[in-house]
Ligand binder design. Structure first.
Ligand code: URA
Length: 180
């Protein structure tokens, strides 16, 4: 597995590439801006997850951010509070951002592949990823970030060896994108 594939798999994004030939909604059906997108996500019933969610978790941060962090899906805390990365992994992420003088609302945007919590925190099903991915693609198109990549903070909690490459990515961000 290449490093790129490893990173995508860690972020839970690899099924996207398997399914990329599946039809996504026609352009005319897609929300065209933030306002439309923020209405479309909470109204979505495209997959079964809408039935068990408390609320959708849209994403949070600077809508003109240089850096986009993408998680897999909301967990119990996120489902309850409506914001991504508010549990243990989120605390680590916030600490790492703080270490380079950022916070989750400044030059960073945080979103998930899925906007609804899979029950029991199970892995997302490929069809759920396929149905939800157009929302993430819209977010990417609106934010136009310069950088989307690092290991998932939950991977750092499971295996502290991931902390170094994540910290190196943070430093790269600080060096390359925060000097202007
Ligand atoms: N919290 C999120 O919002 N997403 C994840 O992938 C993990 C925790």
């Amino acid at each position: 597995m290449s490093r790129r594939e490893e990173i995508l798999a860690e972020m839970g994004l690899s099924p996207v590439w398997v399914l990329r030939n599946k039809p996504s909604p026609a352009k005319s059906e897609m929300p065209s801006g933030w306002i439309e997108l923020k209405q479309a996500v909470p109204a979505c019933k495209a997959c079964g997850l809408h039935a068990s969610r408390t609320q959708t978790v849209f994403g949070v941060g600077d809508e003109n951010a240089d850096w986009l962090l993408i998680g897999e899906a909301p967990g119990a805390d996120e489902d309850r509070l409506g914001d991504p990365f508010v549990g243990q992994a989120g605390k680590l992420l916030d600490n790492m951002l703080a270490a380079i003088g950022l916070n989750r609302r400044e030059n960073v945007y945080i979103a998930n592949v899925l906007k609804c919590r899979p029950p029991g925190n199970r892995n997302p099903e490929p069809d759920e990823v396929a149905k939800c991915t157009p929302f993430l693609q819209q977010q990417i198109g609106l934010i136009q970030p310069k950088l989307i990549v690092t290991y998932h903070p939950a991977a750092c909690l499971r295996n502290p060896a991931y902390k170094r490459p994540v910290w190196e990515d943070m430093q790269l961000l600080a060096r390359e994108y925060m000097s202007a």
